[in-house]
Design a protein. Structure first.
Lengths: 395, 147
């Protein structure tokens, strides 16, 4: 028994300045149309919460249901920072697999402010997210840069490699009508952009965007009965937390874990744990993956994720990149959508947007950026404090 | 409030040390240490196989080694209090011999180009973010030392 992704839809990402719910409803209607399912048939709606848009955002599931027109569906709202969409899809899938729902609609949308993401107002001396800004001035890009520098030290990555990730993803994204940034950038363009947090330049770092994405999930029985055109299955959603002691300082913490008994920091990272569990759940191995959408908050992140997802051995990601193996046409194309580098962060929408792209890839509908004969796709996402998500779809 | 929180994070004086909470049962270290405030929920060891509630204050070695480093070329948003004019802050993740990595700013006068992974640094505790009329606030920084 699996959940079938009957339809997907997005609102193009940009900096439109409109209400997040408008984008969400737009994406939801596109996904319903794609599934040839009417809103009236939906019996469960899950919204990805946005924390920057007042109460309509806190109760996003209800907000989308109201804006689509109250239809009596059950409702839920999920929040997990950038992994929000995966937890929302997991709720929908669980209800479908339990036989408590036949048609579920999952929607995430955001309207974001310009510039660095900052903590909520107030003084919270026990909140690491507040403390890291107040005491250290640790922005998100500074955390990204610490990992990037570490990668340079341990695996010999270079700023040119990071720039090459951006160049590749901008080439992919130039063909994506939903992407916010459609210009192609060269390695030289990236290296010539202002340094934000050494070694990362402005063009290495994703911006914040407005945007929305939605998926319609149905049970296999319902799909058969209604002659669903889509045969793409949601094969795994992994939201596992890591096992103590986590080996690195996860954003926004001030320190790493450190176990007693001389074990120090010998645990798997949350990203490795997520991937391992997703593969087990889907009953496949990393070698079976044809296409990956990974969370390139910075260009350097993409290289880490490739290894965390087992798409290559530790330290090999740069080599695959340099050989063109992660471009469309290569052995394992990564971020054919253009990734966050081309989209920007719209926090509650992005894990859903990754699944939209994988579905289009598996259905052969990714015009201008199609990965040849894609049958299995994986998406990965990072939340905060060391948690996140991995999703596998297959046909 | 800041005084109350941060005074439990360090020992001051000639040889300042960062204070961690050391689990009395399994020896795990955590930073920042919990406030010794009887009204607040207290320490629980982060190891799920331990979960002890008993801990001791444990001062780390006064030196560690840079694990990674970066800077912030643009002023961070509030609640960080950037001086005007802004000088890029330099940040390092420092690994202590005890096995824990802690983030901190590098002392004034150093740039990213002065640092490398593995470089030894010593802990200094100095006033930060002073504004007119405020009492001193103390926070740790890293000072590179000749290896």
């Amino acid at each position: 028994m699996n959940a079938v992704i009957a339809g997907v839809g997005m609102h193009p990402w940009g900096k439109w300045g409109r209400d997040f719910a408008d984008y969400g409803v737009n994406a939801a209607r596109a996904a319903l149309a794609d599934a040839s399912i009417s809103w009236a048939e939906v019996d469960f709606i899950v919204g990805g919460e946005t924390v920057r848009n007042g109460y309509e955002g806190y109760v996003a599931g209800s907000t989308f249901a109201r804006k689509l027109g109250w239809n009596g569906a059950r409702v839920a709202t999920a929040y997990a920072a950038c992994a929000t969409g995966a937890q929302a899809m997991d709720l929908a899938r669980s209800r479908i697999l339990a036989g408590q729902s036949e048609v579920a609609l999952v929607v995430g949308a955001d309207t974001t402010p310009k510039g660095f993401l900052a903590p909520n107002a107030g003084e919270r001396w026990g909140d690491p997210d507040w403390l890291r800004f107040r005491l250290l001035g640790m922005t998100n890009p500074a955390y990204f840069a610490l990992q990037a520098r570490r990668r340079m030290e341990v695996f010999g990555a270079t700023p040119e490699d990071f720039a090459a990730v951006k160049a590749k993803n901008s080439r992919h994204g130039s063909a994506n009508p939903n992407a916010r940034f459609r210009d192609e950038y060269s390695i030289e363009d990236v290296l010539a952009s202002p340094m934000v947090s050494d070694p990362l330049h402005l063009l290495d770092i994703c911006s914040t965007s407005d945007g929305a994405a939605a998926v319609v999930l149905v049970g296999e029985e319902y799909a058969r009965r209604h002659g669903s055109r889509s045969t793409v299955r949601l094969a795994a959603i992994s939201t596992v937390t890591p096992v103590f002691p986590s080996p690195v300082v996860e954003m926004p913490l001030l320190a790493s874990d450190c176990a007693g008994g001389g074990r120090g920091r010998d645990g798997a990272s949350f990203k490795q744990s997520l991937a391992t569990t997703a593969y087990e759940e889907a009953g496949i191995a990393p070698q079976d993956v044809d296409v990956a959408e990974v969370y390139d908050l910075s260009s350097a992140h993409e290289l880490d994720w490739m290894e965390d997802l087992g798409l290559c051995e530790l330290g090999e990601a740069e080599h695959l990149l340099r050989d063109g193996e992660t471009s469309i046409g290569g052995r394992i194309p990564v971020n054919p959508s253009g990734g966050l580098g081309s989209f920007g962060e719209a926090v509650p929408a992005q894990a859903i947007a990754q699944v939209c792209e994988l579905v289009w890839q598996l259905q052969g509908r990714a015009e201008g950026r199609q990965v040849d004969r894609a049958r299995v796709g994986i998406a990965a996402n990072q939340g905060l404090f060391g948690h996140g998500s991995a999703v596998i779809v297959s046909r | 409030m800041l005084e109350r929180v941060l005074s439990k994070w360090y020992t001051c004086g000639q040889d300042p040390k960062i204070l961690t909470a050391k689990c009395r049962q399994c020896g795990s270290l955590s930073f920042p240490p919990p406030a010794r405030d009887r009204s607040a929920c207290q320490f629980y060891c982060g190891d799920p196989l331990c979960q002890s509630e008993r801990w001791d204050e444990f001062g780390l070695s006064s030196r560690g080694a840079i694990w990674s480093f970066t800077d912030s070329r643009y002023p961070p948003p509030a609640p960080y209090r950037s001086p005007d004019p802004y000088e890029p802050i330099v940040i390092a993740a420092v690994e202590f011999p005890e096995g824990i990595i802690i983030l901190g700013q590098v002392c004034d006068g150093y740039a990213v180009s002065d640092l490398r992974v593995g470089m030894p640094v010593e802990v200094v505790v100095e006033p930060v973010g002073l504004e007119p009329g405020e009492t001193a606030r103390w926070f740790h920084r890293w000072r590179p030392v000749a290896s």
